[in-house]
Design a protein around this ligand. Sequence first.
Ligand code: NDP
Length: 335
Amino acid sequence: AKVLITGANGYLATWVVKMYLDAGYSVRGTVRSQSKSAFSKEKFAHYGDRLELVTVKDITKDGAFDEVIGGVDVIVHMASPFHFKAATPDELITPAVRGTTSILSTALKQGSTLKRFILTSSAVAILEFPWRQRVFTEENWNSAALEAVKTKGPAAGPLNIYLASKTLAERAAWEFVDVHKSEISWDLVVLNPPYIFGPSLSAAPTVDDINTSQREVYDTLVGVRTGKQLQTQAHWVHVTVAAEAHVRAAHAVGAGGQRIIVRSASMYYQEILDAAAELGIPNVPRGEPGSMKDVPYGSVLESTKAEELLGLTQVTPLKDVVAESVEDFKARGYA
Ligand code: NDP
């Protein structure tokens, strides 16, 4: 069987590529330029011609994917900008939404062999601020970020712009599938992971090249986060669990038509520092050790579907992912 994975050089995507290859699939990955494919080509050379990396320069163009969909059984669409630096909503919303509708349009026209379309959405399409005392499930949609971007435009800020880009892209996918349901023979599965942590397999020669979620861990360990920021809560998932979800989603019976939260646990940023202290990692700030240990989490991200539909039960302790991340940062020579 053959899978198409967009944004194949990214942090999560590189794991997903590897896991599909290990599961016996042929993988066609898209990258924005051939220079972006060099690292994976070398790393995955032993898989031979089961891995093919092709260029799709601009995912927002109509027909951008016309040459790459032929013969695939599964599409995993995850190319989408993930950063908190956008100056305007369009900067993120256009590639997120148009990238999604562009590949869906091609799937509609050319997807004669396609069985399943998997979209990498995010927990941010579900969670919304304020988080206090709220339980979020797949029933929830982030409307606060959309409202902020609609009413304030660029002044909504880069975080809201990212949250809105993921929410709007996912919404566009469900709408597309609904409008065309009588014409398509494949189904849509949406995965909604929160922050993804853990080691990287992709090219990231300097700290500035690492992806946004790994950077959260790095910044915490080097003391960029202080005071109240360390008391902030986040939800996270181990990168191998998130990647495995993308492979299982290809054939999981009952997953079609579902959005699925894929999570490991919640944490306060202080707990990253506590884990580092417990691991004896040198030169890491302490914050206020243990101060968040018994503080109940303000929001709960709850999913039974990942276990029911994908059979995912693995829960990684935060301490382990911190240890793995530190190892990875060290091996890459980051200061
Ligand atoms: P990375 O930044 O490592 O990878 C993003 C990928 O998308 C890269 O291949 C990148 O290409 C491509 N991309 C970015 N902007 C554009 C654009 N304008 N046009 C075409 N391609 C683009 O991110 P992650 O691996 O962390 O994220 C992958 C996906 O998972 C994203 O959809 C993200 O929203 C989602 N996600 C990530 C989470 C996380 O914590 N990491 C959590 C939940 C969801 P290039 O290298 O050329 O820039």
